[in-house]
Design a binder for this molecule. Structure first.
Ligand code: ZN
Length: 502
């Protein structure tokens, strides 16, 4: 049999599996937007059944045999076909290395873990969640051993979300960020000038916010003939097909930033999905490369672009027209300062750009120690509170706003947190390169011309799917490995003048 026919079979199999996966995504999107409450039981059965079919197809023996025929160890993974073979083989092996018993135990432990976590958070009762966390950790360590690693088990877990990333490289970057950002947060907190945050808590009618967010995301390039913007409790972005990208946000009449920047963030994810080669949908060469790179696109549009002065030079007048009651007496400078309000807080998802990464540094330190067995789960609340005091200067008043705030650990998502800060680091380094290439990025943004930036992102990142690892993309784009300097410089340039710290 020729290689071409083996590849054709692999390709067909992957695309058929993508049909099932995207059907699953439709069910999940509906569950989080439209589904009536009583429909949950049957929906869970549908999802479980489909997920089972998908798992069977991914781990089917014949897929492994076709892949082996293609000698995956020897193909170059940068061409579209090589990329498909490389990742299909890697994913196949990772699936096959996990004993069925472990897969089932993990699935059960994380379903029960999430229920226990939700209940424990409600009652501020970490002890009730502790046995679940202990079990999940034990299973995740077992998973790491099954997948294998060179230096430490955490690497195997991190690699699932950020292929190629290693603690050896990530830890120093986070340490550099921490040593720069903790003093910056202190300086900002005690600066005499503070952001007029109250502006954002005036009345912003939801119907108008909806229209404003839709029009703004359309203008930055989100294609509404191939996507939709809807509402949900926990905003996200999902693609239901090559021409069907769904983004979701949540509006609050008394808080402008939540809905608007939520929409911009998800639209950033959506622009990446819409920029992947659609004829390769469902194949690795048509799939996003990592969570960190995905997050770099959302954070770039939400923050680097969306919270810049240039952006509001373009959009503030329209905002004033849309929300005359809230913004009539507000200046562009005050509005821009307000949307860049910095204050240490307990809750990561509500954090500003400066403090956000410190939340991630804390999660990374703690979960790495948990996985290494250097920190006992029972000691977690104490270690958490101590870290918040040390890095952010605040101590959570209870575990609800402390160690119980995030769903990740109860869902078995260990090794996931670093991708949030990696996203910010990538975004800053990409933006430096884009600014150099485009020359007058700020002027373009101030005129509402986003096409050149989007086109640059498409050409340098989106079109490649998984053909380059995140680290390779960074190297190709900037000529350097990932560094902390671009993000630190970016944050200082934006926030020091605002707070009068120059
Ligand atoms: Zn995101």
């Amino acid at each position: 049999m020729s290689d071409t026919s083996a590849y054709a079979r692999v390709r067909e199999r992957l695309q058929q599996t993508a049909l099932l996966e995207s059907a699953l995504a439709v069910l999940e999107w509906d569950e989080r937007t439209m589904m009536p409450p009583e429909a949950g039981g049957y929906r869970a059965e549908q999802i479980r059944h489909l997920a089972g079919l998908i798992h069977e197809r991914r781990t089917a023996k014949e897929l492994g045999e076709w892949l082996e025929e293609l000698e995956p160890e020897s193909v170059g993974r940068h061409s579209p076909e090589g990329c498909d073979i490389y990742w299909a083989w890697r994913d196949y092996q990772r699936h096959c290395r996990l004993p069925q018993r472990l897969v089932e135990e993990l699935a059960e432990a994380t379903v029960l873990g999430q229920q226990a976590w939700a209940e424990a958070r409600k009652r501020n009762d970490f002890a009730a969640f502790l046995p679940h966390l202990e079990k999940i950790l034990r299973l995740k360590r077992e998973q790491a051993e099954a997948w294998g690693y060179d230096e430490e088990p955490y690497d195997a877990l991190l690699d699932e979300y950020e292929p190629g990333a290693r603690c050896r490289d990530v830890a120093p970057l986070l340490a550099e960020l921490q040593s720069e950002l903790t003093p910056l947060v202190e300086a900002i907190t005690s600066a005499p000038r503070q952001a007029p945050f109250e502006i954002l808590q005036r009345c912003y009618p939801v119907a108008v916010q909806r229209e404003f967010a839709r029009e703004t995301t359309r203008r930055i390039g989100f294609d509404y003939s191939r996507g939709r913007l809807d509402e949900t409790d926990h905003p996200f972005c999902t693609s239901l097909g090559p021409d069907d990208c769904r983004i979701l946000t949540r509006y609050d009449e008394r808080y402008f930033s939540g809905g608007f920047f939520g929409a911009l963030h998800e639209a950033g994810h959506g622009l990446y999905d819409q920029g992947l080669p659609k004829e390769r949908f469902g194949l690795p060469s048509g799939t996003y490369v990592s969570l960190g790179i995905h997050e770099s696109q959302s954070r770039l549009w939400e923050n680097s672009v969306g919270r810049s002065l240039a952006f509001w030079k373009w959009r503030f007048e329209a905002a004033q027209e849309a929300f005359p009651e809230a913004l009539r007496d507000v200046s562009l400078a005050d509005f821009h300062f307000a949307v860049n309000h910095v204050r240490p807080s307990w809750i990561r998802v509500e954090a500003d750009e400066v403090t956000y990464n410190l939340h991630i540094v804390i999660r990374f330190e703690l979960e790495r120690a948990l996985v290494q067995g250097e920190l006992a789960p029972a000691d977690l609340p104490g270690a958490w509170n101590e870290a918040y005091e040390r890095l952010l200067g605040i101590r959570p008043e209870d575990d609800r706003v402390g160690v119980l705030q995030d769903i990740h650990w109860s869902a078995g998502l260990i090794g996931y947190f670093p991708t949030y800060t990696l996203g910010n680091l990538y975004a800053a380094q990409f933006l430096e390169a884009a600014s150099t290439a485009l020359g007058n990025l700020e002027e373009l943004v101030a005129r509402g011309e986003f096409e050149p930036l989007l086109e640059w992102l498409r050409r340098n990142i989106h079109v490649y799917g998984r053909r380059y690892l995140p680290g390779e993309l960074v190297q190709r784009i900037s000529g350097r490995p990932l560094e902390s300097r671009p993000l630190i410089t970016y944050l200082r340039r934006r926030f020091e003048p605002l707070y009068g710290l120059e």
